[in-house]
Design a protein around this ligand. Structure first.
Ligand SMILES: NC(=O)c1ccc[n+]([C@@H]2O[C@H](COP(=O)([O-])OP(=O)(O)OC[C@H]3O[C@@H](n4cnc5c(N)ncnc54)[C@H](OP(=O)(O)O)[C@@H]3O)[C@@H](O)[C@H]2O)c1
Length: 339
């Protein structure tokens, strides 16, 4: 049996998501034939390793797009808006990690476990959702299907890798400076991130929501197929390097209990239910790092029993929240069947 191999490109190959994409393509043995890595001019010539071979990063230039069949974009919205349509017009499958196309109704927004049918056989652009949305939706969409959700309340605790490589450096440098009694220098974030946190992820709108909160509201309504779902989201940046956590409370339309929800989530794809009665009943960012699953724990009734459920969700934002979901989208579109 000859397995077709694809000419695969990563645009943004030196970034936090790009580096994870390279690892995941290797780990899942994605059928890569030719492999092309792109970033900004700053990184031209840098070497990245894939399956024990070195690949030189090229400066992004549409004239080198010839022959690319599968492209993963993780270089920010502006780059996606400019270059993704060019590749799509060549017939390539383009999985975009940025927010450039997530609001476009004519472009599928996909979490394979939830709406993989929208990706099957598709070429052109498919949008990968926001990292906080992916882990939330994987846990609550089965509940929506079974009982309906009336209200959803979410507080996020988001790591700095969600902002990218430079923000990870800012947390490291500020932490060292603080411990050594030196002044902290701010470059990326509006407030100091070391030994601190702030409910401020992206710009605020006239209604007081920040950009991350708006993305979560919009995308979650789309995945739960309910434009008028009442959602209250507070997005908080915390001094954690990797993995996002979420405290979630919801009120269902039909009555249910925590044990019924646990039975449902135990077999929900992509979800790992942690329902021990001891310390193991929840995950932490450190435990979820490098893992594929979305960990759901501290599942409990919100009084009065039968009307509300609360839970704690943790997932690796660079994996299921970004690179892993992107690769699973490509596997689904190409009919490779994802693992
Ligand atoms: N981090 C997450 O959890 C996450 C989750 C979901 C989606 N995303 C999205 O994924 C994208 C990348 O995020 P990230 O966290 O990986 O950011 P990052 O660490 O800052 O990396 C950005 C990447 O884009 C490249 N790049 C920047 N400007 C470019 C340009 N003009 N031309 C070509 N390449 C350029 C950078 O190359 P140089 O190294 O040469 O500068 C680098 O490879 C963003 O759109 C982000 O919103 C991130």
């Amino acid at each position: 049996l000859v397995v077709k191999k694809y000419t695969v490109a990563i645009i943004g190959a030196t970034g936090a998501v790009g580096c994870e994409l390279i690892k995941i393509l290797e780990k899942r043995d994605f059928p890569v034939g030719e492999f092309r890595l792109f970033a900004s001019k700053r990184s031209a010539g840098r070497l990245k390793e894939f399956k024990r071979e070195s690949f030189a990063v090229q400066a992004l230039d549409a004239s080198s797009f010839e022959g690319i069949e599968v492209a993963f974009f993780s270089a920010g919205s502006a780059v996606s808006k400019e270059f993704a349509p060019i590749l799509a017009s060549h017939g390539a499958l383009v999985v975009d990690n940025s927010s450039a196309f997530r609001a476009r109704r004519d472009i599928p927004l996909v979490i394979p476990e939830v709406n993989g049918y929208e990706a099957r056989g598709k070429r052109g652009i498919i949008a990968n959702p926001n990292c906080s949305t992916v882990q939330l939706v994987l846990a609550v969409e089965p509940i929506q299907r079974a009982w309906g959700i009336e209200h959803l309340f979410v507080a996020t605790y988001q790591s700095v890798s969600g902002t990218g490589g430079r923000a990870m450096r800012e947390l490291r440098e500020q932490s060292l400076a603080h411990l050594e009694g030196r002044p902290l220098e701010k470059e990326i974030y509006p407030s100091e991130i070391a030994f601190n946190l702030f409910p401020h992820i992206g710009d605020f709108d006239s209604e007081g929501l920040n950009l991350e909160e708006r993305k979560i509201v919009f995308e979650t309504r789309r995945f739960l197929r309910d434009e008028s779902l009442i959602l209250s989201v507070t997005a908080v940046r915390v001094p954690v390097f990797r993995c996002h956590s979420e405290a979630v409370a919801l009120i269902t339309k039909k009555t249910t209990t925590a044990s019924e929800v646990a039975d449902l989530l135990r077999s929900a794809p992509g979800v790992r239910l942690m329902d021990g009665k001891d310390m193991a009943s929840y995950s932490t960012p450190r435990l979820a790092e490098g893992r594929d699953e979305v960990f759901v724990g501290r599942l409990r009734n919100t009084l009065p029993e039968g009307h509300g459920i609360s839970m704690w969700i943790v997932s690796d934002n660079l994996r299921k929240g970004a690179a892993l979901n992107a690769v699973q989208i490509a596997e689904t579109a190409l009919g490779l069947g994802y693992k």
